[in-house]
Design a protein around this ligand. Structure first.
Ligand code: ADP
Ligand code: MG
Length: 744
């Protein structure tokens, strides 16, 4: 008989070269972290039963111990509820005779006390290659196995994280005593989650040794929780790249370069770098431009130099588009005179045969003293520095800072974003992220005074843990919108061929969003819509967006939007009777709905140069008191629809009313059109004007809904984390993610 209470089972096991802990050692490890486990003995020989039972109280459980049997009960190797030594002996001999057990090498029999009856939970741990240790919780049985009803968080978790993990489970109500079953202690689950995944928890302390952990089940009753089964998979060779060291770099010279080198421009003037030179000149760049060329004396009217070390002044930013193999020697020779090298060329880590070259590139950049951006990217757009890789955009410095792992998508974000009214504080395409990562630039944007909202398109984050740490430390001081590519296995295949490394598991991104308040979106449109809402509206964490008023023309549109918004967690509920009475007193024509949504015939909206609309808006604000007001106009129904004054009147009316109720309702405009070209042109002008005034404009009610849901998620996150509100008042655990809408 062996009593298993060895002090340091994990170190011992690893020293013996074991790749897993047996159940008894696993429980001993849990016990060291203060997690309750049954009193357990392991019998090597069955004639020890009487002696073994001396320290135990009945009823007990007998289990087979064999490294060849993973799932003991599947093999018939667990017998519960044994009430005497004879029952234990009988159970062991029956189990030993079962074919799967008889065929295996049996190391002994584990006898332990029964845990008090309760709800079976699963608590797990997993080391993500990018993010490091993750902790998981789920309800036992079909909840985990069939429904996959689990929630993940990145370690270390806080008490609030642990509570939210449990709230997030679809089956969480079971814990509170569904269908006549007794309630169990959520506090006991939180306690075990913290002991496993908290700051000083088991997974953080042994991050280098534990690859996977499984407490299945943890039996939770009203009085506490007992871990009755434990499994740990060990490995020592954790590649640990998630622990990437942070470089602290001042990115100001990248965003405002005083000197630019261009490598790859031809004397014929037709190569991509020649176009780059033309674009930055058109964009208003006035600093020095140094073409680097092995033989030419002059390119595009500029004096050319033979190497990065030959230019008259040191270089802030180099734009490099030459054959991949020529780049490492070029960078290595920079002699500490180059700050940022952006390598546009491909043929590096994104293809199998380019991996070695990418390593050489990183080393060469470091040798030459530069930070490397890319390779395999498109460039940089920084209105404050007058640098752009794409066609000319506005020179005005905006507040949206973007990082994109895809160059093409970066172009889309700029072009489409600009036409939707976004104004950027910068956009960097980072390609393969061989050196500078999205986390580095995120850190810059958080500190950057010009940036108020941050957008990231990410396919892989090899320094995921650093990303997590930066986001967490920032405490959602600026909204961060994340468009993650490769969240499904199909997407992952595409990402692998694109950036040259595998994308992380979706679960970890959801966890990241829940823990740090970053907002996960699924499509480019949602990305732009969400950035726009944060560019224009000031979040109100002290009073998160909940009640939304809808006002406009189009009954069906309002009805559909009401349903859709409800699914997003926004309430479009009737105004109180006082507001309804005031609206009724306006004597609006039959067919006008006045309860919320308010929808009005287009003729009424246009009456008296928008004054009727103004009265309605006044009542909605004054008595209806919504948190947000969505005004939607179906432009195609307007009489004289392309005449400027038609819309101007209405929007001016809306703006006047807004001014009377400062800080009360977020105001959002939806301009719906039928695609008729003249109408589209009017709409575009109108949109620009409205965005200028601080009103976000959307094409459809659903886009506005997503954006408001994202705003709500952010406001709630900040409110909860900064204790602006009482704890746990919001029952909607979906925030702050605005991923796929509930199925429509
Ligand atoms: P398996 O290897 O099949 O996962 P377990 O050790 O988890 O084996 O035991 C199987 C089931 O037996 C558990 O899910 C639980 O329902 C029950 N069980 C095991 N040990 C105990 C115990 N000490 N107290 C109460 N029930 C137990
Ligand atoms: Mg088990």
């Amino acid at each position: 008989m062996t009593t298993v209470m060895s002090r340091n089972s994990l170190t011992e096991a690893r020293a013996q070269g074991r790749t897993a802990l047996d159940e008894a050692s696993g429980k001993a490890l849990l016990a060291q972290y203060g997690i309750a486990v049954p009193t357990t003995v392991v019998l090597k020989r069955t004639d020890d039963v009487d002696a073994a039972l001396k320290g135990l109280s009945f009823p007990v459980v007998a289990k087979v111990v064999s490294s060849e049997i993973l799932h003991k009960s599947d093999a018939g190797g667990v017998t519960v509820n044994l009430r005497s030594a004879d029952e234990v002996r009988d159970a062991i001999s029956s189990m030993a005779a079962l074919p799967r057990i008889a065929a295996a090498r049996v190391d002994g029999w584990l006898i332990e006390e029964m845990a008090p009856a309760g709800q079976e939970m699963v608590i797990g741990g997993l080391r993500d290659p990018d993010f490091g240790p993750l902790v998981m919780v789920g309800l036992g049985g079909i909840f985990v196995e069939v429904l996959g009803d689990v929630s993940f968080r990145i370690c270390p978790i806080t008490r609030l994280d642990a509570e939210e993990m449990i709230d997030e489970l679809k089956g969480a109500a079971v814990l509170d005593g569904a269908r006549g079953r007794p309630a169990v202690s959520r506090e006991a689950i939180v306690d075990v989650l913290l002991k496993v995944g908290g700051e000083n928890g088991l997974l953080m302390q042994h991050a280098d040794d534990i690859r996977e952990a499984d407490i299945n089940p943890l039996i939770v009753s009203a009085g506490g929780a007992v871990a009755v089964d434990a499994r740990f998979i060990l490995d020592g060779g954790a590649d640990g790249h998630y622990m990437t060291a942070a470089h602290t770099t001042d990115f100001t010279p990248l965003f405002e370069p005083k000197t630019v080198a261009v490598i790859g421009a031809s004397t014929k003037g037709t190569a991509l770098p020649n176009i780059f030179i033309r674009r930055i000149r058109e964009f208003g760049y006035e600093g020095a431009i140094y073409p680097i060329h092995p033989s030419a004396a002059e390119i595009d009217g500029l004096t050319a130099y033979k190497s990065l070390a030959d230019t008259p002044e040191p270089i802030d930013y180099a734009y490099i588009a030459i054959a991949a193999a020529q780049i490492p020697p070029l960078l290595a020779g920079a002699n500490g005179r180059l700050k940022f090298a952006q390598v546009i060329s491909s043929g590096f880590g994104e293809v199998e045969e380019g991996r070695g070259l990418q390593d050489a590139l990183v080393l060469a950049a470091a040798e030459g003293g530069a930070r490397l951006i890319g390779p395999n990217c498109l460039g940089l757009y920084t209105p404050r520095g007058k640098i752009t890789f794409t066609e000319i955009g506005p020179r005005e410095v905006g507040t949206v800072g973007v990082i994109s792992q895809s160059g093409g998508l970066g172009t889309d974000i700029i072009r489409r974003g600009l036409s939707r009214g976004l104004k950027f504080s910068g956009l960097v395409t980072v390609g393969n992220c061989a050196d500078v990562t999205p986390s580095d630039l995120l850190e810059f944007y958080f500190a950057d005074a010009a940036t108020r909202v941050i957008g990231m398109y990410i396919e892989t984050a090899r320094d995921g843990r650093r990303l997590f740490d930066i986001l967490r430390q920032a405490g959602a001081c600026k909204p961060v919108v994340v468009l993650k590519g490769g969240r499904t296995s199909q997407g992952i295949a595409a990402a692998a061929s694109h950036t040259g490394s595998l994308a992380g598991d979706d679960r970890v991104w959801v966890a990241l969003s829940r823990q740090t308040g970053c907002i996960l979106v699924d499509t480019l449109d949602q990305f732009i819509d969400t950035l726009l809402v944060f560019q224009t509206l000031k979040p109100r964490p002290e009073h998160p967006t909940q009640r939304v008023a809808l006002f406009g023309n189009g009954g069906g549109t309002s009805v559909l939007a009401t349903d859709f918004y409800a699914r997003l967690g926004l309430d479009v509920t009737p105004f109180d009777p006082h507001a309804i009475a005031e609206l009724a007193a306006l004597g609006l024509p039959p067919g006008t709905s006045i309860t919320n949504p308010v929808d009005c015939p287009v003729g009424t909206l246009q009456q008296e140069e928008g004054r009727v609309a103004q009265k309605i808006l006044d009542i909605i604000h004054g008595s209806g008191k919504p948190d947000a007001l969505v005004m939607h106009l179906n432009l195609s129904a307007f009489v004289g629809r392309t005449r400027p004054e038609v819309l101007d009147n209405l929007v001016q009316a809306a703006m006047r009313v807004q001014e009377h109720y400062p800080g009360q309702a977020h105001f959002v405009l939806v301009l719906r059109s039928d695609g008729d070209p003249p109408l589209e042109r009017r709409k575009r002008e109108f949109r620009d004007h409205a965005v200028e005034l601080g009103v976000p404009v959307y094409d459809e009610m659903s886009n506005a809904g997503y954006a408001l849901a994202a705003l709500q998620g952010y406001e709630r996150f900040v409110r909860k984390r900064t204790n602006l509100g009482s704890k746990r008042t919001e029952g909607n655990p979906r925030f702050p993610s605005v991923t796929s809408p509930p199925s429509v």
